[in-house]
Every structure is written in structure tokens, then in C-alpha cells.
Write a protein that binds this ligand. Structure first.
Ligand code: HEM
Length: 500
């Protein structure tokens, strides 16, 4: 018998026979023992699943997922290799699934495990009791420091004042705001975690931000490269993986040096920051199987930086981009600020209730910017039924936040930038549950209050002092999103003109 022209005496015959045998075995196993009753979705090549379609979707998986949502509905399933992936495309289904106790696990990062030993560690990538304990503890530290509350306002305002002073030095000439926004936002995380706020010319601070930022870029859409389950991934001696490995080593060395200096200079009666409080917790913990360990401290610090810096920085970048593109909206925000706050003092959280238009603008920027368009993937800890479909144990569950924020059903004329959609006829602010920028359910963003506060105080203090303009002769403004760990605007330049 010959296969595709090869006879039994040729090596190609046995190679092809082997490949075909594997395909048949996979198909049989998949049909007989594979998960049943999955939500509908595209069928892909055996073994590869729809990996090739996603690859072809290239820089715009969001468009591909939108097309699938239209075709298959609010729950879509497909395979990447042997792994089932479930995409949730509507607010009600995300709301239901993300409250289910069996749909709260995460994918681990092989890369972080190999380099730092982080496995089921920290908050964002841990499961079960470790996750519950670390998340609860982080919440309690945030509460005690007043993070996201009025008592933390001065720290955030001081940072935004430093940001404005540096921007003022640009004297209206064009600049890319990315690095400055990142410095301001990361400095707030530094104050929570290390008890320090750096000046923007501090070399160590600049170097760490460069390393974190570089990994945010290198990680690719949704942080894919962080999660590749390839054994020995950290040993790859070239390309992206080598760069990421080196960056992670350097960031880890910085984190360890901070922990060590806190250990040397501690005063248990004066707990300055997250690290001090964690070290105290380690002292108190007698339980040998407790999740409070130095490794988990490292995991929490890494998570707060990764999750807390890039997202809020990106939100501020979208804010300025939309203001440059909509000067009439910008000047209406400035009028409202002049009327309510004036120019003599900086905006405060107490002003929020009196600034409905400004708040509507922030909501619309967040809706259109969709900085976390696919959230952070969850994993099913057990077979679970949602809306009559089975989500099998081990399936990866992706919340398509982007689809919810762009749904024509929820937001009439959803493609347009219209802050008025969040105002009543009387000018009161309308709050909508479907605005799930920070996700929903048990793993909802732990930094939500802080991020809202940073965005409000950052945006208002900038617009109080400056008018942002597109530099003459600069490229046409683009509203395309560039998908990295978060969804960024295409890099742009702006001129910050001091207001008369
Ligand atoms: C505009 C800014 C932000 C956005 C849009 C955002 C969005 C999100 C989203 C969508 C998730 C996934 C929730 C889920 O899995 O269901 C998340 C998780 C998380 N965020 Fe944020 N976030 C922002 C700012 C922050 C800040 C400032 C911090 C830190 C202070 C932070 C810390 C975290 C952590 C630690 C998690 C993991 C929570 C867990 O797994 O239990 N985020 N965020």
C-alpha cells in the first residue's frame, strides 16, 4: 500500500503514516472522550485547533473575536491545541460566570516560575487558598494605608503636581506623554509598596520603569508570552524570551534589594508601607503551611507593579488623545473645572459630585479606550454549567470586555465619542453596571478605587493647568488600539499649552 505516492520502503511512508496515525488517534479521542456540550464556535485543524486563525488575526484578535461573537453568540468555544477556550461576549454572561466559585483559577506563568520560582504565588496568578489569603491581606493593607480613599488623596495629588511641573517645563513644545505618565502612576505604586516616591530623574527608578515597560511590550497581546507553557522557556538563548528573562531577573533583583533594606530598617511600631506590613505578618505567622512567605511577598509586589502601572498610564494616554481630538469637549471640561474648582487650588475627590460632565468624559474615554479589553483570563477548576453549556475543567475563560464596551445594543452609536450618553437631560451623571473596565465578580480588579482616583485627579489637574493640542504637522490622530498587556493608543505627541 502506498501513502501519497510513498511506498513502504521509503522513510517518508513511515513519517506520513505516523502523522496520520496521530491525527486519527487525536480525532477519535477528541470525539469520544473530549468535552461535550461546549458553547458553539469555530472548528479548527486537529491538534492545532484555531491557533492558525488567531495567528492570521495577527494584531487584531479583537476583530476576530467580534466576528465570532456575531456568528456564534454570547458564549463561543474553540480549541488551541488540546486546550478549550471559552469567550464570554455579553455583560450578563460575564456577570454570572465570574461570580461562580469554580471559575476563579488562573493560568500560571512558566517563565516566572522558572526564573523566580513563582508558582501559585501572589494575587493575580494564584489560585485557591493562596489567592484568597494574599488578596484579603492586600485589601487590608490598602485599607490601613487609605489607598483609594480620601486619606490617600494627598499622596496622589502630590504626584500629579510633580507631573504638571515637569510638563510645564516643556513650554508647550511637543512631547510623548507615555514615560511621564508611567513615572507618575508607578510612583504611586512605589509609595504604597516601598514607601518611597522618586523624582523623575532618579536613575534607578528610570531603569526599573524601562525594564517593566519593555516586558509589557515584549509580552504581546494579552501577555501571551508570559503564559507560554514551554518547559525550559527561560533558557532560550536568543530573541524575545532572552530579553524578557533578563528583564525579569533585574526587576526581581530590585524587589529583593527593597525587601532586604526594609528588613534592615524596620520599626514594627511604625509600618510604613506594604513591605513593612507583610514582614510583620511573616513574624506573626507561626503556621508552617501558611501562604505568607517571602516568595508570595515578591509575587504580590510584582503583581501590583504589573497590574497597577501600565493600565492607569494607558488610561491617561487615552484621555489626552481624546481631548486633542475633541477640543470642544476639552474646553467644556475646563469650563466646568473653572466654575467648580477655580484655578487657585487643585481638584479634590470632594469635587467629583459637582463635576458630572468631567466624569461623563472620563467614562466615555474609558469605554472607548478599553484598556483591559480581554480582562485577565480565568481557568475552570471543575466542570461547570453556565447558560446550559458546559465549561470543562481546565478551560481558559476570557471575558470579552471590549465587546461589552462596544455593544451597539448597550451604547447607541457606540463607535462615536459621546460623553453626553452618560448624562441625564438635567445634566446628572448616569452610572451603568455594564461599564466593566475593572471586570466584575470575585476577581474584580483590586486596584479599582486607586485607579479611579488616579484617573480623576490626574485628568482634572492636567486640564486645569493645560490645554492639550495636536502638534502642527504631526501625523493624523489614530484611535486604533495597539494590543499589548493593555490596549494602548498608537504613540503620539502632544503640546501642553499653559492656560492663561
Ligand atoms: C485603569 C486601570 C485599571 C484597569 C482597567 C484594571 C483592570 C483589571 C482587570 C480587568 C482585572 C481582571 C479581573 C478578573 O480577572 O476578572 C484586574 C485585576 C487586577 N488588578 Fe487591575 N486594573 C487597573 C488598575 C489597577 C491598579 C492601579 C492596581 C494596583 C494597585 C491593580 C491591581 C490588580 C490586581 C492585583 C489584579 C488581580 C486580581 C485577582 O486576580 O484577584 N489594577 N484589573
Amino acid at each position: 500500500m502506498s501513502i501519497m505516492g510513498f511506498t513502504e520502503t521509503e522513510p517518508g511512508y513511515w513519517l506520513l503514516a505516523g502523522v496520520l496515525g496521530l491525527l486519527v488517534a487525536w480525532l477519535v479521542k477528541h470525539l469520544i472522550t473530549g468535552p461535550k456540550n461546549l458553547p458553539p464556535g469555530p472548528t479548527g485543524l486537529p491538534l492545532l485547533g484555531v491557533a492558525w486563525q488567531i495567528y492570521k488575526g495577527g494584531s487584531d484578535p479583537l476583530a476576530l473575536f467580534a466576528a465570532w461573537s456575531k456568528k456564534y453568540g454570547e458564549m463561543v468555544s474553540f480549541f488551541v491545541g488540546p486546550k478549550p477556550i471559552i469567550i464570554l461576549n455579553s455583560y450578563p454572561v460575564i456577570f454570572e460566570a465570574f461570580r461562580h466559585p469554580d471559575l476563579q483559577d488562573r493560568l500560571g506563568s512558566r517563565l516566572l516560575q522558572e526564573i523566580i520560582g513563582l508558582k501559585n504565588s501572589g494575587i493575580a496568578f494564584s489560585n485557591g487558598d493562596v489567592w484568597k489569603e494574599q488578596r484579603k491581606f492586600t485589601h487590608s493593607v490598602f485599607r490601613s494605608l487609605g489607598v483609594g480613599k480620601k486619606s490617600y488623596e494627598d499622596t496622589v495629588s502630590a504626584e500629579m503636581t510633580q507631573l504638571s511641573s515637569v510638563i510645564k517645563e516643556k513650554k508647550g513644545s511637543p512631547f510623548d506623554p507615555s514615560t511621564l505618565f508611567m513615572q507618575a502612576v508607578s510612583n504611586i505604586i512605589c509609595s504604597i509598596v516601598f514607601g518611597t516616591q522618586y523624582t523623575y530623574d532618579d536613575e534607578a527608578f528610570k531603569e526599573i520603569l524601562h525594564l517593566v515597560n519593555s516586558n509589557v511590550q515584549l509580552s504581546g497581546g494579552g501577555g501571551t508570552f508570559l503564559f507560554l507553557p514551554i518547559p525550559g522557556i527561560s533558557k532560550i538563548p536568543f530573541g524575545k524570551m532572552k530579553l524578557m528573562t533578563n528583564n525579569i531577573r533585574s526587576v526581581n533583583a530590585f524587589i529583593q534589594s527593597q525587601i532586604e533594606s526594609h528588613e534592615k530598617n524596620r520599626d514594627p511600631d511604625n509600618q510604613r508601607d506594604f513591605i513593612d506590613q507583610y514582614l510583620n505578618k511573616l513574624d506573626e505567622t507561626k503556621d508552617t503551611v501558611s501562604s505568607f512567605t517571602k516568595l508570595n511577598l515578591t509575587g504580590c509586589i510584582a503583581d501590583l507593579f504589573l497590574a497597577g502601572s501600565d493600565t492607569t498610564t494607558t488610561t491617561l494616554k487615552w484621555c489626552i488623545l481624546f481631548m486633542m481630538a475633541n477640543p470642544q469637549v476639552q474646553s467644556r471640561v475646563q469650563d466646568e473645572l473653572d466654575h467648580v474648582v477655580g484655578r487657585e487650588r487643585i481638584p479634590r475627590l470632594d469635587d467629583i459630585k459637582d463635576l458630572p460632565y468631567t466624569n461623563a468624559v472620563i467614562l466615555e474615554v474609558q469605554r472607548k479606550g478599553a484598556v483591559a479589553p480581554l480582562g485577565v483570563p480565568h481557568v475552570a477548576a471543575a466542570d461547570t454549567t453556565i447558560r446550559g453549556y458546559t465549561i470543562p475543567k481546565g478551560a481558559v475563560i476570557v471575558s470579552n470586555i471590549f465587546e461589552v464596551l462596544n455593544s451597539e445594543e448597550l451604547w447607541k452609536d457606540s463607535g462615536a465619542f459621546k460623553p453626553e450618553r452618560f448624562l441625564t437631560a438635567d445634566g446628572e451623571l448616569i452610572k451603568r453596571d455594564e461599564l466593566i473596565f475593572f471586570s466584575t465578580g470575585r476577581r474584580v480588579c483590586i486596584g479599582e478605587q486607586l485607579a479611579r482616583m488616579e484617573t480623576f485627579l490626574g485628568f482634572t489637574s492636567l486640564l486645569q493647568r493645560f490645554t492639550f493640542k495636536k502638534p502642527d504637522n504631526s501625523p493624523t490622530l489614530s484611535f486604533e488600539g495597539v494590543l499589548g498587556i493593555s490596549r494602548n493608543p498608537v504613540p503620539y505627541m502632544t503640546c501642553a499649552v499653559v492656560r492663561e
